[in-house]
Design a protein around this ligand. Structure first.
Ligand SMILES: Cc1cc2nc3c(=O)[nH]c(=O)nc-3n(C[C@H](O)[C@H](O)[C@H](O)COP(=O)(O)OP(=O)(O)OC[C@H]3O[C@@H](n4cnc5c(N)ncnc54)[C@H](O)[C@@H]3O)c2cc1C
Length: 441
């Protein structure tokens, strides 16, 4: 029997398995694909990205940038694989989807302490375990988790379509990154006012795909379907995913009235995904409506948008900030999006904490919390102590201590304050990592 069992080979489970293995434990990683698949996964690779191929902003003036930097410094295998499979994406960490999954699969399969088993867990095994089966946990295990937690929570998440580049009208789309930041990485489909309002009209009247037991208003605000955003008012998309500012068309020198941005999705640049265009429209309707966008008249779809109900746990009543189930007799941990964080990087971060701690307990050591003034530690803290109902949460600046408004008598700008917050978090992490080495050594 292995020292630690990890269930689910997604972002969180792969990270957890790697961390536990690196700490010297023997690890069994159970992944049910391809024996059984989920409604959103398409491959048998570990850490498959189900929708966007972006891990968010790289800048340390963003909460997501800080979280990624912390994970790098904590030795995250997911971040290392992401950095190694980057595609041009302006200031964001865009990934060649398949290469990223292949890098993680290779790292996990190649680790001498990890054995990967392709099987579905229908119940939680005995012994030190990390459950990281994600928002689309298979039914039997979800039932067992509901019994353990007393309730499970859920929300709806949608994925955006992916297009073949050679089906786009290169005369109409143009390459640019917002405000010229980084390399010109996005393909932009420009719209004038008439085209924009005609598109909004089509989008808001298109037919939706039926979903079993669907309840309205249970969306995650950070990932709303494009038709829901459009339904909030005709201008809303122009101030959201279709914002044209900073994206002048080099051919005219002018900013269009609205744009649809496409981000490179594979290393070769043959696939592009529609940024912020997650949707629940029926597939036929998606094709019809999205082909009214200038440049996409003949677009061919490599993947359609879909929406799913996502499960998560009431971690605020169930877990402590080490990701351990409070009061459980055996070391039982949860990780990833199941714990109430949202997003690829956040899920990986909770995988890292759970993996490290499962290994510690397997070695007879106490699990540990990360400092609360780091983004990683603060996220873990938030989801495990939040009052009332836990809503899925991304990394954000409200979680870590605020920076002073002035330094050396000078008022700091917002980006400067963010950088200072990031610096404080990273210093705290370095101090903690130093301590950790001392304890381990
Ligand atoms: C439709 C949709 C769109 C999304 N879009 C985005 C996005 O654009 N950006 C973003 O950051 N996040 C997005 N998310 C959230 C995304 O799922 C998470 O950020 C991330 O994948 C969560 O990582 P995880 O490891 O917790 O779960 P996952 O990556 O889903 O991994 C869970 C793994 O567990 C396996 N599994 C499930 N049940 C069992 C079982 N019983 N036994 C064994 N294995 C099992 C699954 O096959 C899967 O490989 C989206 C989610 C959905 C459903």
């Amino acid at each position: 029997m292995s020292d630690v069992t990890v269930i689910g080979g997604g972002l969180a489970g792969s990270e957890a398995a790697w961390q536990a293995a690196e700490a010297g434990c023997s690890v069994e990683l159970w992944e049910m694909r391809p024996v059984k698949t989920t409604p959103a996964h398409h491959t048998e690779g570990l850490a498959e990205l189900v929708c966007s191929n972006s891990m968010g902003n790289l800048s340390l003036t963003t909460a997501s940038g800080l979280l990624k930097e912390e994970l790098r410094r904590l030795g995250s295998m997911i971040l290392r694989s992401a950095d190694a499979t980057r595609v041009p994406a302006g200031g964001a960490l865009g990934l060649a989807r398949e290469d990223f999954s292949a890098a993680v699969t290779e790292a996990v399969h190649g680790h001498p302490n990890i054995e990967v088993l392709r099987r579905e867990a229908t119940e939680i095994p005995e012994g030190p375990t990390v459950v990281a089966t994600g928002p689309l946990t298979s039914e039997a295990l979800a039932k067992e988790m509901a019994e353990l937690s007393g309730e499970t929570l859920y929300f709806y998440d949608a994925a955006s379509p992916i297009l073949f580049r050679d089906s786009l009208d290169e005369e109409k789309v143009y390459l640019a990154s917002r405000y010229g930041k980084g390399e010109a990485a996005y393909l932009n489909c420009p719209m004038n006012g008439d085209e924009y309002y005609a598109f909004i009209e089509e989008l808001t009247n298109a037919e939706l795909a039926p979903i079993k037991d669907f309840e309205e208003d249970m969306y995650f605000e950070g990932c709303l379907p494009v038709e829901v955003i459009a339904g909030r008012g005709p201008e809303t998309l122009r101030f959201g995913p279709m914002k044209p500012v900073g994206l002048p068309d080099a051919r005219t020198g002018e900013e269009p009235y609205a744009v649809v941005q496409l981000r490179q999705d594979d290393a070769e640049g043959q696939l592009f995904n529609m940024v912020g265009f997650q949707t629940r429209l029926k597939w036929g309707e998606q094709k019809r409506v999205l082909r009214t966008i200038p440049g996409l008249e003949n677009a061919e779809f490599a993947r359609m948008g879909v929406m799913h109900r996502n499960t998560y746990l009431p971690s605020n009543r169930m877990l402590d900030a080490t990701m351990r189930v409070r009061g459980s007799e055996v070391p039982l941990f949860f990780a990833g999006q199941l714990t109430g964080v949202e997003g690829y990087v956040e899920s990986s971060a909770m995988g890292l904490i759970a993996g490290l701690n499962a290994a510690r307990m397997a070695c007879g050591e106490e699990p540990m919390e990360l400092p609360q003034d780091t983004m990683t530690g603060a996220l873990a803290q938030y989801i495990t102590v939040k009052d009332g109902t836990l809503q899925p949460i991304n990394s954000n600046w409200g979680l870590v201590p605020a920076a002073p408004k002035k330094e050396n008598g000078r008022r700091l700008s917002k980006p400067e304050r963010r950088e200072l917050q990031a610096r404080m978090a990273l210093e705290s992490l370095e101090k903690f990592a130093g301590l950790r080495t001392e304890v381990a050594g």
